[in-house]
Design a binder for this molecule. Sequence first.
Ligand code: NAD
Length: 358
Amino acid sequence: MHAHITLLPGDGIGPEVVAQGRLLLEAIAARYGHSFSMEEALIGGCAINASGDPLPAATIAACLRADAVLLGAVGGPQWSDPNAPVRPEQGLLTLRATLGVFANLRPVKPHPVGAKQSPIKAHLLKNVDLIFVRELTGGSYFGAKQKTAEMATDECRYTVTEIERVTRRAAELARARRGKLTHVDKANVMETSRLWRSTVTRLMREEYPEVRVEHLLVDAMAMYLLTRPADFDVILTENLFGDILTDEAAVLAGSMGLLPSASLGTGKVGLFEPIHGSAPDIAGKGIANPYATMLSVAMLLRHSFGLEVEANAVEAAVSQALDDGVLTRDLRKRASVSTAEAGSAVIARLPQRQRRAA
Ligand code: NAD
């Protein structure tokens, strides 16, 4: 197949890990007979430095003409003044809204190497294989905001349509996986949560009766995620709860450098990025872990292009590199490898050339 991919390296370690993502896409194209054209554009702090705008019009245009977007990370200490007129994160929020990517998928399946780093007991991590579906373009992050010297509000607003479309995404995943959907809310207190609960219940009964559904309160879920993580399959939740719970779930995997994400909408362009930030403490040293970005490439191949075989090959190659002890410094202090060495190790573990009809 032919596809066009826009790369947004961003700030800090973003360019270092996205460079490995690009090499991986080139290797997949060569081995499986695809043609991927790629272009790069600015987002975040580097875009503010260049033009004063964290998401320049040229970047939006580059994303809208792409079939998929791979992003590194944005932000860093030089742009972190909360009173600054523009901040790098605004670029990311506006990009998500522009692309209409309302469903954020974050799989968590700890590899034994990462699990060893996790503060959670090993027996609790056995058989953990879950995926979050977080609503990404609604709720209090996007509601009306007000601030005076004496008060501030962030409106949390959801429509039935917004809840239904993300629920369908989660339900499709649950049906293709182990047939269980856990919906997380705060329905004992919040009206928006009560709307979520009634909408999810009705839609699942009408359209996905074969999927088991449970509803949990977010405060209880914060505990269960650490005390019985293996019980969960697909976890559906709203924007703010999802932001917090997905970072909590990252603890299960042992390192920020191992977790990918995909943000999808009904439009054709998906946005794929590692869950970690720009890691300014290690930026420029060539030691960042590229595996989360490479696993994000696997999600890109699967969800934007339907290339399941290629996606599985990338995931298997990353897993094999971890098994073989090809570890960056976040995973092993001594005898660790560089970002480039880790990236090459994954590419070297892809199956040999398998041309097939384009
Ligand atoms: P971070 O994820 O950048 O770093 C947290 C810790 O994890 C650091 O010690 C870092 O060195 C380590 N780490 C992260 N990714 C790693 C990798 N691939 N390999 C090895 N180690 C890795 O989070 P932070 O320090 O809270 O934030 C730094 C900056 O990133 C801030 O400006 C923040 O706003 C931004 N940020 C951006 C995104 C995004 O672009 N989506 C997400 C989170 C944070």
